[in-house]
Unconditional design. Sequence first.
Length: 729
Amino acid sequence: MHYKRLKQNLSEFTKTVCLLFCLLVTVRLSALPVKLNYIGDIPTKHGVPSIDTTPSVSIFHLFEWDVKIINGKGDIRQLITSKPDTLRFTTPVTLKMSTSFIVSKPLLNQIYALKYKLSGSLELKLNDEIIQRTGSFDSTESSTLFPGAYTNFILKDTNATFDITYIPHIKSYAFDLRLEIGQREWGQEKVLSKMKDDNKSFALGFYFFAFGIIFIILFLYHKEKIENFYFALFCFSASLAFLWDNLKLGLLDDAPGIVTVLLFSTLSFEFLAIFFAKVLRNKVKSKITLVVIIAATITSFHPTIRYFSASTFSLLDEASIFIIMMFILTGVLLVYTVISCFYFLVRGFGQKQWEAKTITYVCFANLLVTILLPGIPTIINGANGISNPFFNNILDNLSSIGLCIYPLSVAIVLGKRTGQNQKQLTRQINSIEKLSRENLEKEKEKKQILEDQNNELERMVDERTQEVILQKLVIEVKNKAITDNINYAQRIQSAILPDIKLINRVLKQAFILFTPKDIVSGDFYAFSERNERITLVAGDCTGHGVSGAFMSMIASSLLNQIINERAIEEPALILNQLNSLVIETLRQSENESNDGMDVAICSFDLKNNELQYAGANRPLWFVRDGQLDVYKPDKYPIGGLQMARDRDFTNYTLALQPGDTVYIFTDGYADQFGGDNGKKMMTAKFKEMLLSIQHLDMPAQHAHLKKHFDNWKSHHEQVDDVLVIGVRV
């Protein structure tokens, strides 16, 4: 059996050598001697060939080629070279290459395999017959990236000519075409091997992708377990590394190359290192390397990296130096991440936590299976020159199984940890329930004692309740009498205050927000229209409730006397007169009464578009073009302990423009407690709110201020009377 197989292998090897020899010796006389480049195994030093004895050879470097280089302008450059794959260009070009050779008769009419790998478009003719055409020869379309494919052909004539038309990829200025010829069995073997590798990569890619989804879901349910997130990223990047060839052939016509794939693998190791660091707890892994790898991965999509050929390294121009630097950086990053993984892996052997220890041992065993086992055939083959496909297949399958076991084992370990946490939580809940039952029994005993005590207390309470009810009836009668009197006072105060509807007939864009703390209010407002001049007053009397209401009635009466009877129109003079009359009316020069008021007065001259203002402890806010200006009042009240009969107040005069808005108010709105923290609103927030509603008309502002005040106050008690007057010119 072994002798027959050896004889068959030697026969196949002899045919291939004859083919290569004939191609070599029949080349044109100017051909240079070449060294054959085998892609299969050759006989060993013991003279016994291995099982795989179907080599192939590159047709470049074997013959001299007549080359025509045609650029986009139609210019033609001709040369003869035995190394066309070292050509470089500065612009996109088309290459037409031709070579001739003689085929010995024993090799005629046999089927041979041609492997082509290129970045661009290719048309290959054998004796003017097209045996392969790939890509686009239309300048308006992109050429294609072919990582490797096979076609068959037959040598029919003794005199043979290869004619090649090759257009490099539009983004590449280097020769990136490789052609290999071998026996049909060699091509079939390589196709089957490629299909097997693709299927395995496809299966492993989706396997890791599925586990990435699983770990992302686990992370979303348990965000505190950040290691689930990084293991999911490891699975996704590993999946991308496995699936890249399939994805870029099926989905991407303009795909990156080997640098990007290596960086995907580097990214996988980095995510795995971070995962180890998180599993080991308290072990810090810097994210700087991760950022560098991601940046390098993005850079690898640059066209210079994407479309490089082997000849790139033969010319030290800027592009090739850039590619070399990227390869060096990729290699350094890959070595660093692998070392980082092993560092954290070694640290895991000393861990006490069972999940960290288990994941460490499983990963170590997986590395033995997936890395060391595939190297055994190489060692054995190097020792005796014999390759055993069955043994190789077993080791290859064990390596794939090892790759599959690792994410599954991590999922089991982390899932078991979650289950143990759940069991511990269940035990704690059961313990709490037991304590709750014991506490419930004790509470029942206490409840019985309390019930006995309550029965005795209820008897005593019933006796006191009768007394309280009698007292309550007396109080209710008195309260009703007081309330009736206050309501009557409220009706009187309402009659004294101007009708808001009357004010709105004169000032179309105006509002008065008036919210007393009690039934009657210490805040008041006044209105007068004389000689095309409109006077508005906002006042805050000492106290609130009944005492404040009486003061507000006195103030309203005195203002009516000053403005309407004495015909005084200037706000400062009005305040001077009001101060004197309050001191005189309340006889404050004879006693220590501190009753007084804070007042702001505005006088509008609509004919001349002018506003006059004076204030006693109450400012005026003036809004124009979204800017709020504050006109400060004099810092003393009307009447009170700071009485001064001859006190002079400051009078301000402002020119008005359409759209200007004026506000006068008491301190009740800004001093209200409320909000989330139960603090005062304060003047600054009041200003911000007024500026935020300048796009609203005045009735809408009134509604907004009322709603905002109610929401701010919420369940808190109103601390003072509220009065806000707004007028828009």
